[in-house]
Each structure stands twice: as C-alpha cells, then as structure tokens.
Design a protein around this ligand. Sequence first.
Ligand code: ADP
Ligand code: MG
Length: 685
Amino acid sequence: MRLTDGVETLKSVGEARLTSFNRLGISTISDLLEFFPRDYLDRGKISPIAELGHGQMATILVSRVGNAQFRQFGNKNVTRIYFSDDTGQIGISWFNQPYLKQVFAERDKYYISGRVSWGVAGITLENPDWEKAGADNLSAGRIVPVYKLTAGMTQKVLRGLIRQALDATSGQIADFLPQDILQAHGLCHRGFAVENIHFPACGEDFYTARKRLVFEELFLLQAALLTAKGHLKQKITPTDMFENMDINPILQALPYELTGDQSKVINEILADISSGYALNRLLQGDVGSGKTAVAMVLCYLAGVNRFQSAVMAPTETLATQHYHAFSEIFGKLGVKCALLSGSMKAKEKREVKARLSNGEIDVIIGTHALLQENVEFARLGLVITDEQHRFGVRQRAALNSKGRAPHILVMTATPIPRSLAMVLYGDMDISAIRQMPPGRQPIDTYSVTKAYHQRLFAFIKKEVEEGRQAYIICPLIQKDEDEDESGAQNKQEITQVIKFAEELKTGDFADISVGILHGRMKPAEKNAIMSAFANNEIQVLVSTTVVEVGINVPNATIMMIENAERFGLSQLHQLRGRVGRGQHKSYCILVTDAKSKVTKQRMEAMTKTGDGFVLSEMDLELRGPGEFFGTMQHGLPRLLLANLYKDMEVLAAAREAVINMREVSHIPLKNKIDKLLTKVKGVAL
Ligand code: ADP
Ligand code: MG
C-alpha cells in the first residue's frame, strides 16, 4: 500500500465507508493519516469495579459472567450483560444492539469504558465503549484518540482503519523538513510524529509528536504567506530613492512635539526608506496615539522628493477628516493635498483625477476607491492605509504593476496579538506606538447591570446639559436562534435597536436630539447622521457597531455599551477609543447582565487596563484566534493542531526558521509550500 493510494484500498472500506470518508475530506491514505485526533481519552488506567465512583469516566478490564439477557420494548430492545473482575460485578445495558448477545466470550477479557452511574439497579457504565483485550488495543488500556466523526463512521472503526493504514505504510512517511531544521529545533521525524499523534505510547511521545506537527503547520503557513507576498518586497532603483531626507520643516509645522514613540517609529521608517528596499511596514497604535502625524511626516517627505502619496481611509467621513488635518499643515509647506471622495460631484472628481495624473497633486486622500483603475498617478511613491483596510495580495500586485514598488505603510488601531501579527504580517516589519500624547486623561471604565439604566440615562443627560455628547452602542442580538431566515431576522434586530432609541427619544431624552445609526442605512444617510453628530446637532448617537471605525468627535465623553458581553475585548477597547479624544473627562460604561465567569473576567480586564495590546492578548487567550480571523475575514486555512496562544514559542521558532531559509532547495518542502500557496492566494493581508 502506498500513501497516495485511495482509502478504499484498506480492508473493510466499501462504498458506504468511502462516502463517509469523502464527507470528512479524506480520499487518500495520506489524507487519512493526516486526519489528526480532535481529542484524547486517557484510558490507560484500569479501575477495579469495587472502586468505581459515581460520575467518573472509567475503564474496567472484565470477563462476562452468565448469559446475556435480552428484552424487547416495542421497537426498542435492551441487551444486559454482567461482567466481573477480581473485585466485583457490574451489569451493563446496551440499547438496540442485539448482536452483542453473542459477542462476549466467557474465556476472554474485555476493556469497557464509560461514565460510572450508581442507580437502583446497582453500578453500571453509561454509553460504554468496549474492546476485546489483546496485544494491541486501540480503544482502551492506553491513551485513546478521539476523531471528528460523520454519519456511518464510529470512533472504533476509524481507530482501526488508521491503525491499519499506519501499519501498511510503515516507513514510507518521508520528511519534507530538511535535516538541519529538524536538528536545529529538536524535532522528531515525521513518521514518528504521525504514528504518535494517533497512538502515543506515552505522554512524552505525544508531546514530541505534537511539537513537531505544530511546528510544521506554522512553518508551512508562514512560508506560504511569505512566498505569496515575497515578490512584493522589491528593490528600489537608485533613481527612485528619496534624496532629501530632511523632515525638520514638517516637524516645525506640527503644532506639537512628537512623542518618544512617534519619533522612534519615524526613525524606523526613515531607515527603511534609505535601505534600498521599498518600505513595507505595519504601524500599530491605539486610537489617539498619533499615527496620523507619522503619516504626515512620511507624505511630506515623499512630496519634497517629488513623489505622490495616496492615503486611504476606511470611510469617507474619516477621509474628509484626514484631508482637513493634512491641509492645515501642508498648506504652509507647499505640499498640495486633495480629497477624492465618492460623494463629490462628477466634475470635481474628474478635475482631481486630472490633476493627479499630471502630477499637480502631491497627496491624495480618499477611500479604497483610490486604487481603482481609472485613478492614475503621475509618480506614485507612497501608499498609506489607515485603520482596518489591508491590501489583498492581488491589490498589491496591481500597485506594483503601476510601474514601481511604492513604499507601503499600513496603520491599524486594532492591536493584534504578537503571535497573530507574526503569522499575518510575516513579510512586514512591525512598529508600535504604545505611548499616548501628553495631557490625555485616562477614560474611566465601569461595568454595570441593566438595573443601572435609569441612573446612566440621568448621567448622560447631565453631561449633555454641560455641552457634551454620548454614544450608546446596541449590538444586534439574535433573539430567536432557531430562525434562520437571516435577512428577516436582521431586520427584526434592527427594529429592536430602533425601538430602544425611540423609547429614549420620547422618554428620558425627550428634550435632547437623539440620532440612530445602523448597518441597514444607505451610506448617504449614515454620513448625514455622522456629520450631524460631529457638528453637535445630535447629542446622543444610538448605534449598532457601525460607529466602530472612523469618526473623531472630541466633544463626545460617554461611550455606553449595551450587552457588552457580545463584544471581544479588542472591539470594546476600540469602541472605548471613540471617547476621551478632547480635553473633557470621558467615561466608558459597559452594561451587561451576563453572569458567566469569563464575562466577569473580561469586564474586569476592561475596567483595569487601557492598554489595547494587553487586552488583545487576553482576547486571544479567552476566546481563541477565531475571533481575530473572523473579524479580519482572512480566510486563512484553518489550523489543525497549532494554537496561536499556547504555541507561541513554537511559532517564533518556526518563523525564525522560515526567515533564515534563504531559498527552498529541498524539493519535498517546495512542493508542500506550493500546495498551500494556492490556498492563501486570495487572502487579504
Ligand atoms: P490615531 O493614532 O488614532 O490616528 P491621531 O493621529 O488622530 O491618532 O491623533 C489623535 C490626536 O492627538 C490628534 O488630535 C492629534 O492632533 C493629537 N496628537 C498627535 N500627536 C501628538 C503629540 N505628539 N502631542 C500632542 N498631541 C498629539
Ligand atoms: Mg487615525
């Protein structure tokens, strides 16, 4: 049997089992061997019957005593069989498996595993799993693998087939990792790893096997991502290098001194730009940490070197805000800025595009639409994306095809845990601003129950009377989980948000202007509401999460979040960052009636720390990476074994190995990477 053979070559795999296998995505022997367990049961310990405690999971080693009793109840039947060991006797019942009557031979011993139950009929094991005791047991007397199943497949059958496949292909599993990497990182051979991830002889072998397989998983993923993006790290031709590196004029034009972190990041960027390679850097920094100033310095530098810059914001509102901030500074410096936005008149747009393509404009600010084909640059040298948006691999390729490799800076306020950043931005250098500009007041954060509503509304009213503004965030809540007409449901949820807002409008906030914002509104409506809020024409903005990205309203001092348990910590932190942007004391109030321990931990974390990085690490620990992958819509291949939180050390080792690998000369490895490449091609990073 070969690894590439179909699973149907295994004994006792016919049509039916083949169908089950295909449903699990398994068609070859090799697929089957890489179908790793989702869990393990420790059935290595055998419990004497006399010591079975109610409720525990236990394995006994017993022989049958007496004959099986069989009873029919309508269309159900029960087979009850008694077993014994040296310490006692136990009666076990099986439902609708009459063939078991003949299965247990009196002279043989059997392992039986299940949950112990003490009842009126004596001690028994519920839903028991059994296996004849022999030389090579798979389902008891050892650490037992548990697999994901599908109809027509049982744990026992699957274990047997995997054992059969391992034996039939023994010695055939080649190692696609080069010997030097195995040695450098103390990794076992792949053959040993595959055997022991299924049927570990002991705990230690399991850890050795798992470490090796986690390493290869993270190694391959990073190698593929780097290869997918690798060609983008381009050398800059000498004629395209920035000559003038003097940033003093813009530093003097800024109305403040840069913070230490801002200066540090700018120095890192200047070093990149002078390196001869295109800048390719991710800048992480909490909301309000002053990333825009970094962008301005960079655009200025491009401008004085006669290169154009494109600055892309996720929303039109934000683009407009950036435009005003940039114009104010650049006006004095002779660097020309312009805004290109979807809501501009066609004629205006045409004009801006013309001035862009003839090189009159130095810095163009807009949304992602800036990357569209009909936007032409005379000499694009720098692309900055702000907040959420990231380049897809294809988009970057499109940029490069515009003639030269522009410098790329991606700015994000979503603190990404270090491990995720390492995987997702493996090709990028990463900078962080952790220090806030001086004079920033910390935002007081409280966690309360809904019983506090009246007091909260009174507090908001008082702040509004003093001239301030407030956000109230209401997440969409799925009331009826069974209903899967998602469209209709969504509408219903939004109706709830609207109802909540209407009640406030006519009740507690009758003499205050209340605005509503939700995802079902048209962009123009949304913009109108956002601008009204920015201009203080609306004092209380009730919103679903659409407010999360964007908008700077320094006069807003309260962020109240209903059902706060619905959000990840990073999201909550992001929302909190919408306030505390002006000189007034600001508050974040988390409202939740959820009582779980995890919710309590999370709310407490929010009230205790204002550091987004700390919160994102905690999010990863408490909720797992799905949260981050989900919100970022990455569509990366699912990790089979690796846990990005717990396997941080292996991740770092794998990354180092990928980076140190100058070229992939080892053919088996190259093939593996190529295979994965096709999967990560469309990923937006
Ligand atoms: P973000 O990182 O969220 O994009 P911004 O760049 O919008 O943050 O900066 C937030 C506010 O802080 C802005 O009003 C900006 O003018 C101000 N700011 C930025 N850097 C400094 C600094 N070094 N000193 C004082 N204020 C600063
Ligand atoms: Mg910003």
